[in-house]
Design a protein around this ligand. Structure first.
Ligand code: FAD
Length: 312
């Protein structure tokens, strides 16, 4: 049994999620290889080779892989797929961009957001925004999965000495081209790994308020900032901090939902949080059903007051 984990990285570091996907991959008790593709993967492949639980690092470089386009990434996975019975990646923007294409080309199902891996290619996965967990079995010759990483422990980062195998990169497909990207740089912890997440909703009313009201508390607590989709759609917060079914799934020690109504699709992204605090001026807001601590208050009064008390 051979298993391929597709790594997300920034040419310097592997994304945290990779270590969790490798843990998931160990469920098959087979040989696990790690695929690292990009413009320059030398350093990240060297770091990856230290991971104890993998057999080989498969490395593919190409100028056209700098901004990994779905068509080029899918072509590489398709090219390697003959050697593997299982191919998996974290359930993130990265994999969701190209794995549907891989599934179509290989004519197999893509089983997304897997919560649990059981024997005999049986998986538990969420449906209806996580309100129902379905148990399904795939009979496809290649099991193609994305993993709900917050439910898997990270594997050990070192102690291994995996072989690094450089493969030839297929030429660019040239079906789409990369134009530009806007990255919001921040010294705050990454949303997905943060111990504390403070999320704001549409109730903040503007981009300026989002920053002015939430940022002092976020920085005081060393937290990450999150947002609801309604806040993102209204332009109050950037897309990459959206928490929820169509955003990022987080599992911090503390989650603060500030002026958030508690729609299913938002709850999906934060329900694995250890302690949930909700602040809402509507005592009947659904979010209170999911909160360990609830404060019925106007957020514009409550957040500065909480920040003041913490500072004291
Ligand atoms: C297919 C699909 C996918 C979706 N994916 C996501 C997703 O990934 N993430 C997500 O978040 N949503 C998602 N949504 C949207 C989701 O259904 C809700 O619309 C959204 O979560 C609501 O955001 P909100 O709580 O900010 O806004 P609202 O529903 O408008 O709620 C605002 C809340 O703030 C409270 N409030 C107002 N003023 C104040 C104040 N001054 N002080 C305190 N409280 C105040 C109100 O009482 C209310 O409860 C998705 C929807 C669909 C259909």
């Amino acid at each position: 049994m051979k298993i391929l984990v597709i790594a997300e990285h920034n040419e310097s570091e592997l994304n945290e999620s990779v270590f969790k996907v490798i843990s998931a991959a160990k469920s098959w008790n087979g040989e696990v290889d790690l695929l690292v593709m990009g413009k320059n993967t030398v350093h990240v492949a060297q770091k990856a080779s230290k991971i104890k639980d993998i057999k080989s690092v498969i490395r593919l470089d190409g100028i056209h892989l700098e901004h990994l386009l779905a068509e080029d990434a899918a072509k590489i996975v398709e090219m390697l797929s003959n050697n593997y019975q299982v191919i998996l990646a974290a359930h993130s923007w990265f994999s969701r961009n190209f794995l549907p294409r891989v599934a179509a080309v290989l004519n197999v199902s893509l089983i997304t957001d897997v919560l649990k891996i059981e024997n005999n290619n049986v998986y538990t996965r969420p449906i209806y925004a996580g309100n129902v967990h379905a148990k399904i079995q795939s009979k496809d010759p290649i099991q193609l999965l994305t993993i709900h990483t917050s439910l898997f422990e990270a594997c050990a980062r070192d102690g291994g000495n995996a072989e690094i195998i450089k493969k030839d990169t297929p030429p660019a497909m040239n079906l789409t081209s990369w134009k530009s990207e806007k990255i919001n740089k921040s010294d705050r912890p990454a949303l997905i790994d943060a111990k504390i997440v403070i999320s704001g909703g549409r109730s903040l009313g503007s981009e300026e308020n989002f920053d002015k009201v939430l940022s002092p508390l976020v920085d005081e607590l060393g937290a990450a900032l999150g947002a609801t989709r309604a806040a993102v759609d209204a332009g109050y917060a950037p897309n990459e901090i959206q928490v929820g079914q169509t955003g990022v799934v987080v599992s911090p020690e503390l989650y603060m939902a500030v002026g958030v109504s508690g729609a299913n699709q938002h709850i999906y992204g934060m329900k694995d949080s250890r302690v949930v605090v909700a602040i809402n001026n509507d005592p009947d807001a659904t979010i209170f059903q999911f909160a360990d601590y609830g404060l019925v208050a106007d957020l514009f009064d409550a957040i500065p007051e909480i920040n003041k008390l913490i500072k004291e």
